[in-house]
Write a protein that binds this ligand. Structure first.
Ligand code: NAD
Length: 264
């Protein structure tokens, strides 16, 4: 298929269903001719991911829990056995105990702090370690972050701290892998109703607040995240690395509540 991504192939990690941010990116990449492999967490998700993969002409699925280094090794070995080289990797994975995505950050437990950091931040480093050798001619690594890394968002708590670590990892990885022409970037997406987001306390309030106060006075869609993902995975962004690119209807630039926003 012709297109911006013709002849390119890569791994999409983190599709859970058709509302996943990773799915928005997968659709945009496929529409421009990319060949896609998908990793999913656990057998239960396979039955959701397989039909979606088929929609974008892929039969290449890999089971992978990113908190388990042996499973990551195995998934990348299976990826490399069929595709010795790849051009991009999309990491759209985050997790925390939902009991700690409400209430106060000060109450975070050590166990959940470590688990959240492992799955939501370290796993991107672990994926970069395993993907880089498959990118001898360069490539693009992309992850997903949120504004709660930069500023306090109610209930985002330990996930905000993990996203801050993730965003800083993007910058260090960009420096380490830049000499190999491997670019490393993140999309900081505005709030979107997904499975992961439903674990965040009072997420509806966050959605409404962003809708009323962002410069565009609306929320963003997974297809808009997909458009930015396509840009960052493709050669259109060949000079861009270490970047945290906001796709949030402009919310990150505001300093105060919009004058025209009604109370919620
Ligand atoms: P989602 O629930 O569709 O996707 C989250 C994915 O993480 C799921 O596919 C899940 O299986 C996977 N995952 C969790 N733990 C895992 C593990 N141990 N091993 C492998 N996979 C694991 O939700 P989403 O909102 O599309 O989330 C994707 C990314 O986007 C996350 O990093 C999230 O923090 C980020 N993000 C989401 C929003 C939003 O508002 N939805 C905003 C900004 C950033």
């Amino acid at each position: 298929m012709a297109g911006l991504m013709a002849g390119k192939r890569g791994l999409i990690m983190g599709v859970a269903n058709d509302r996943s941010l990773a799915w928005g990116i997968a659709k945009a990449l496929n529409a421009q001719g990319a060949e896609l492999a998908f990793s999913y967490q656990g057998e239960a998700l396979e039955k959701r991911v397989r039909p979606l993969a088929e929609e974008v002409d892929s039969d290449f699925l890999l089971e992978c829990d990113v908190s388990d280094m042996a499973k990551l090794d195995d998934a990348f070995a299976r990826l490399a056995a069929r595709w010795p080289t790849i051009d991009f990797l999309v990491h759209a994975i985050g997790f925390s105990d939902k009991n700690e995505l409400r209430g106060k950050y000060v109450d975070t437990t050590l166990d959940n702090f470590l688990m959240t950091m492992n799955i939501s931040a370290y796993s991107f480093v672990a994926c970069a370690q395993r993907a880089a050798p498959l990118m001898p001619n360069g490539g693009s690594l992309l992850t997903l972050s949120y504004y709660g890394a930069e500023k306090v968002v109610p209930h985002y708590n330990v996930m905000g701290v993990a996203k801050a670590a993730l965003e800083t990892s993007v910058k260090y990885l960009a420096m380490d892998l830049g000499p190999d022409n491997i670019r490393v970037n993140a999309i900081s997406a505005g709030p979107i109703k997904t499975l992961a987001a439903s674990g965040i306390g009072d997420f509806r309030y966050i959605l409404k607040w962003n809708e009323l106060n962002s410069p565009l006075r609306r929320n963003v869609t997974i297809d808009e995240v997909g458009g930015a993902g396509l840009y960052l995975a493709s050669d259109l962004s060949s000079g861009v690395t270490g970047e945290i690119h906001h796709v949030d209807a402009g919310y990150n630039v505001i300093g105060m509540k919009a004058e025209d926003a009604p109370d919620i």
